[in-house]
Design a protein around this ligand. Structure first.
Ligand SMILES: [Fe+2]
Length: 172
């Protein structure tokens, strides 16, 4: 094609295809057998008797256009120090809302591994009025990652000095 024809073709593209998309939607993963509804509203899952190493995960919930999603719902649950889920109560389960800038911060412990799985944290994220996205977060450098068929590198948290981080991209 000559230069002029190429320019013409570009100008004929529908406007939507030029709209900026900057974030890939976070991959979905199974919720597994241990999700429970009605988790308590709390940003810290640490309780009296919590023994595992402390963990802070912070980040932002973003739209596919990379705009913060204010007030997004985040519902976390994970295994305890022994690799067990609390199916009677709500130990290591809790939900919170992102702030006006889409930021969240979770304080908890590093869950223990349990047979067949790499260390992971389950989470459901939902922009107000939109579809729930269920996924799992993994620990960078964890030896179990390679042996776990569900593990995906895109779902690894980033290790910072004081805290781990992860930014979610959801329908918004
Ligand atoms: Fe799990």
């Amino acid at each position: 094609m000559r230069r002029r024809e190429i320019l013409g073709a570009v100008l004929l593209l529908p406007l939507e295809s030029l709209a900026q998309t900057c974030g890939v939607i976070t991959p979905r993963q199974t919720e597994g057998p241990f999700f429970k509804t009605d988790s308590p509203l709390r940003t810290s899952l640490i309780e009296t008797g919590s023994k595992g190493p402390r963990l802070v995960v912070a980040g932002t919930v973003l739209s596919p256009q990379c705009k913060p999603v204010p007030n997004a719902l985040l519902d976390f649950w994970h295994a305890d120090e022994a690799g067990e889920y609390d199916n009677r109560g709500f130990r290591y389960r809790g939900h919170q809302h992102a702030d006006a800038q889409g930021r969240f911060r979770l304080e908890t412990i590093v869950p223990a591994e349990y047979p067949g799985r790499a260390r992971h944290i389950h989470v459901k994220i939902q922009a107000p009025g939109k579809r729930v996205l269920t996924t799992q977060l993994y620990f960078p450098g964890d030896s179990g990652n390679r042996r776990d068929g569900l593990y995906r590198p895109e779902l690894e948290m980033k290790k910072g000095k004081e805290e781990a981080s992860f930014d979610f991209v959801v329908e918004a």
